[in-house]
Design a protein around this ligand. Structure first.
Ligand SMILES: NC(=O)c1ccc[n+]([C@@H]2O[C@H](COP(=O)([O-])OP(=O)(O)OC[C@H]3O[C@@H](n4cnc5c(N)ncnc54)[C@H](O)[C@@H]3O)[C@@H](O)[C@H]2O)c1
Ligand SMILES: [Zn+2]
Length: 364
């Protein structure tokens, strides 16, 4: 079991990584200032698998609890689903002392966290991640939000969960495709911060892909330590936190282009390859490292070439809409060797086109 504390301006986030954590949630909530009601927000798939178990565990501690499920998938990170959730919170008379619990993947925690940030100008929430993507990334850091027609995650707020309870055993029911998608963020953390961690992925490939629980527990813990360290140093993304966006500018553009038919992690894998190519063009990454990145992503079941031909101009146009644009210039997170990053804001559109083309099906 691992316990990490993430310090942030609104207090600490207590993080527990523990097999069987789902059966302790009621106890952990009751240890603090007990809320009169907990609304467990989840999606329909996760509700079937774990909803009753979590609800029963909370109820056993004398806390009123209600289960609320959204349709699975990124399309649910929408203004209409947010409105439906607000309506439900209204029906349940959730007040300032109420609590939301996000049980599920990043879609559930982003939507629930944003509802918690805005309901009554901010109420407490906690996350119980059930996907690897969320275990290693989305469950901590305080970024919450929804997608709108103009772009992904464009409406949001910083709002930290009070408690994060990671139960790696939930990964046993996760489809292999979603395990791979989560590994993209784990590989991202290794690429930007920890070269030895990349080698660890390569060495433990079989155990990771077999979802071997001890190995996955170690993987989750190492990822959370990296994310907590980066977020603690720069909560509001004025500087260092931006490195977590490695692969995400082109990744988000590709994700939108495929209208979310790709998993977030799959789109990020393509974005990371493109960003590695950009790094090579800038002379900060050598051929062997770019090839190593492609190899490791492919070994973990992630795409390194788009599943269908990309319209390069369309991807380029979508990267212009990315919210990491500062003063009209996009800031690119590039790799300066494996395990280190460098920020560049002097890249021209032709370099970006070439990088996008490097993951295009027609150029493979
Ligand atoms: N806020 C952040 O810091 C942050 C970081 C990374 C990603 N994200 C966001 O997270 C989202 C992606 O998250 P995700 O990949 O977890 O997607 P997701 O929440 O859509 O979950 C993927 C699928 O897995 C199913 N599922 C979840 N847990 C399961 C389990 N234990 N067993 C079986 N099925 C299960 C879900 O129903 C869903 O169909 C994106 O919207 C991304 O923008 C946010
Ligand atoms: Zn991501």
């Amino acid at each position: 079991m691992a316990k990490l504390i993430l310090k942030n301006p609104s207090g600490g986030t207590r993080i527990v990584v523990q097999a069987g954590a789902l059966d302790h949630i009621g106890e952990w909530i009751a240890e603090g200032e007990s809320p009169p009601i907990v609304v467990v927000c989840t999606d329909q798939t996760v509700a079937e698998l774990y909803g009753d178990r979590v609800v029963d565990c909370i109820r056993q501690h004398g806390i009123a609890v209600s289960l609320y499920a959204i349709p699975p998938g990124d399309a649910s990170k929408s203004p209409s689903e947010l409105n439906r959730l607000y309506d439900r919170l209204g029906e349940l008379h959730v007040a300032r002392d109420g609590m939301l619990l996000a049980l599920g993947g990043g879609v559930v925690s982003d939507l629930t966290g944003f509802a918690a940030a805005t309901w009554m100008r901010g109420i407490r929430y906690m996350t119980c991640p059930t996907t690897l993507e969320s275990d290693v990334d989305a469950c901590v850091g305080g970024k919450t939000g929804i997608n709108i027609a103009a772009g992904k995650n464009l409406v949001g707020a910083f709002h930290h969960p009070q408690l994060v309870a990671v139960d790696p055993e939930c990964l046993s029911t996760l489809p292999a495709r979603d395990v791979s998608a989560g590994l993209a963020e784990s590989i991202k953390h290794a690429l930007i911060c920890d070269a030895e961690f990349l080698a660890w992925h390569e060495e433990h490939q079989d155990a990771i892909l077999a979802v071997e629980s001890t190995t996955l527990g170690e993987l989750v813990e190492r990822n959370l330590r990296i994310k907590v360290d980066v977020v603690t140093s720069d909560e509001r993304e004025h500087g260092r936190r931006a490195i977590l966006n490695y692969g995400h500018t082109i990744g988000h553009a590709i994700e939108r282009l495929f209208y979310y038919a790709l998993r977030h992690g799959e789109a990020v894998a393509l974005g990371m390859v493109a960003a590695a190519e950009l790094s090579r063009m800038c002379g900060t990454l050598d051929d062997a490292d770019v090839n190593r990145i492609r190899t490791v992503l492919a070994a973990f079941g992630l795409p390194t070439v788009a599943p269908q031909p990309l319209d390069v101009e369309q991807v380029l146009a979508l990267t212009h809409g990315d919210k990491k644009v500062q003063g009209g210039k996009r800031r690119w997170v590039l790799l300066d060797g494996i395990g280190r990053t460098i920020m560049r804001d002097d890249l021209d559109d032709q370099q970006i086109r070439d990088a996008i083309a490097s993951v295009n099906a027609s150029s493979a």
